[in-house]
Design a protein around this ligand. Structure first.
Ligand code: ADP
Length: 192
């Protein structure tokens, strides 16, 4: 199963991706995690990305695509993958299609977790206190939500128009949301 998880910051992509990884036994590939690891390791790429990330902006398409290609060719994606945090704009969506075509691994489905803005803001504020991520400051959060609405929302339409989107309600208990995802992955006929 090759799937893409879409959703605003705070929509629960990371949480659900971790569960899906256990369930599907495929790697969870988060471009945010890959970038944070590069920042932490102090690689040239990480040094370039750091300030943009802290401000809640998008790291350059070229950097992220290079990193993603490297990750997708690491040899552990034979049974699929869960992609989280990519694509974040239309150029990335096109680049992903081209890359997966080249690798003969077309994606199966994009799943969007839909959560309204008020709730996103309160979830991110809660997380800021627990995790202390540099980009969970109020200003960076505002910017990340703006970037999501302007650059990433069109990606949702891109997959919808291609008939590859499942849009799910991302509000509710973590287990409930997970069940919704599983249903979207393997639609079962109603019984009774
Ligand atoms: P969130 O979904 O909560 O914003 P992520 O961990 O997915 O968190 O991303 C954190 C930051 O990493 C983003 O705000 C952005 O700066 C950078 N980033 C992650 N993925 C991408 C991407 N595909 N393109 C550009 N920048 C990215």
């Amino acid at each position: 199963m090759r799937l893409v998880l879409l959703g605003a910051p705070g929509s629960g992509k990371g949480t659900q991706a971790a569960r899906l990884r256990e369930h599907l036994q495929v790697p969870h590939i988060s471009t945010g995690d890959l970038l944070r690891a590069a920042v932490k390791a102090g690689t040239p790429l990480g040094l370039q990305a750091k300030a943009v990330m802290e401000a809640g902006g998008l790291v350059s398409d070229e950097i992220v695509l290079g990193m993603l290609e490297e990750r997708l060719t690491a040899g552990d994606t034979g049974n699929g993958f869960i992609l989280d945090g990519y694509p974040r704009n239309l150029a990335q969506a096109n680049a992903l299609d081209a890359l997966l075509k080249k690798l003969h691994q077309p994606m199966d489905i994009a799943i969007q977790l839909d959560v309204d803005t008020e709730l996103l803001i309160s979830r991110l504020a809660g997380r800021a206190q627990v995790e202390g991520r540099a980009d969970d400051s109020p200003e960076a959060v505002r910017n990340r939500l703006k970037v999501y609405n302007e650059a990433t929302a069109p990606v949702v339409d891109y997959y919808r128009n291609a008939g590859r989107l499942a849009c799910l309600n991302g509000v509710g208990a973590m287990d409930e949301v997970f069940q919704r995802i599983l249903e979207a992955l393997a639609p079962t006929p109603e019984v009774g």
